[in-house]
Design a protein around this ligand. Structure first.
Ligand SMILES: NC(=[NH2+])NCCC[C@H](N)C(=O)O
Ligand SMILES: [Mn+2]
Ligand SMILES: [Mn+2]
Length: 349
């Protein structure tokens, strides 16, 4: 029989007393989850947060590459996945003109509102909510749903580790592009509010003091001002060069504190384009594969990961005619799968 690598399920009451034991034990999704081997997957085929077609095919490419099978067979998780790659076609309006500089705002809002309910349901029932994107605008829904469930269940805020080349904290006022995938953090922290997103409530949000960035290297000047004025913690590639990834991750985890559940939002463009070229907004000088995997491993090791996004894999962008797999696409998808597996404990011996 296949030996499960997870310890037995814990009640929430048990969690405090057994935390130390679990931390020294090897594989556990999170001490904030009632069952530590259960993942709820939501596949989000959405590209409306930016202008390049194909990122909606991201979840399908990750799943076809075997990601969920690996989590189930190799890492012994129970996978709750409805088999649906959500397009949310029924809520996407035919006409969606720009409002206040936001492109496709109604689609972005409606899709995120639906996704919010899906990750909320996973997190409420104690499953680790894994969301496969799609462009990064979908973090508005994925994170707010989990944050709401965590508040209800544990009366705690959710901490967010945002791994990205970009800060994605533009407001519709500061954004040059008008692309909502450059704005999710502003909505999630309440720094940006808009009637079109009126479903997003205070109790779905995350405190900007429990947000930390890793990997930044392409931050707009308006965003720099927002980061400074709100004293938001950020570790750029410069910090990684100076201190090394190990120190940076330690400092990031220290900053958010050790008694808080963690959401990991991983934009594949945090990786250097040498490793993840097939993405919409690549920026040179990024993380190596090992640095990316290391961040995920270290977050896993905290035993406090309750949810994760993996976004911006665009398997169409660098595909050849007839969709033949190029090395660029294959490597990007492979990197995405590796990041998720590392966040779920694959590297532990
Ligand atoms: N999720 C992403 N890849 N975001 C890129 C954002 C780029 C730019 N800062 C913008 O607001 O348009
Ligand atoms: Mn990015
Ligand atoms: Mn991003």
């Amino acid at each position: 029989m296949h030996e499960t690598r997870h310890s037995s399920p814990l009640s929430l009451e048990d969690t405090q007393a057994t935390a130390a034991v679990i931390m020294s034990d090897t594989l556990v999704a999170s001490r904030f989850l009632p069952s530590n081997d259960h993942i709820g997957v939501t596949a989000v085929a959405f590209s409306g947060g930016q202008g390049k077609a194909g990122v909606d095919a991201g979840p399908d490419s990750l799943i076809k590459a075997g990601l969920l099978k690996q989590l189930k067979d190799d890492l012994a998780y129970r996978i709750d996945y409805d088999g649906i790659v959500n397009t949310y076609a029924d809520v996407i309006p035919e006409s969606d003109p720009t409002v206040d500089n936001m492109k496709r705002p109604r689609a972005c809002s409606a899709v995120n509102q639906r996704l919010h309910e899906q990750t909320y349901a996973h997190a409420k029932d104690g499953r680790l909510a894994l969301t496969l994107g799609g462009d990064h605008s979908i973090a508005i829904g994925s994170i707010s749903g989990v944050a709401r469930a965590i508040r209800e269940r544990l009366n705690k805020p959710l901490a967010v580790i945002w791994v990205d080349a970009h800060a994605d904290i533009n407001t519709f006022e500061t954004s040059d592009s008008g692309n909502v995938h450059g704005m999710p953090v502003a909505f999630l922290t309440g720094l940006c509010k808009h009637d079109i997103f009126s479903w997003l409530k205070e109790e779905h949000m995350i405190p900007s003091s429990k947000l930390v960035y890793i990997g930044l290297r392409d931050v707009d000047s308006g965003e720099k001002k927002i980061l400074r004025e709100n004293k938001i913690k950020a570790f750029s590639m410069h910090d990684i060069d100076r201190h090394g990834i190990g120190r940076v991750v330690d400092m990031a985890l220290e900053y958010i504190g050790d008694d808080i559940p963690i959401h990991l939002s991983f934009d594949v463009d945090a990786l250097d384009p040498a490793h993840a070229p097939s993405t919409g907004t690549p920026v040179r000088g990024g993380l190596t594969l090992r640095e990316g995997d290391f961040i995920c491993e270290a977050v896993h090791e905290t035993g406090r990961l309750v949810s994760m996004d993996l976004v911006e894999v665009n398997p169409k962008l660098l595909a050849k005619e007839g969709n033949a797999d190029t090395w660029e696409v294959a490597e990007t998808v492979r990197a995405g799968c590796s990041l998720v597996r590392c966040a779920l404990g694959e590297s532990l011996l």
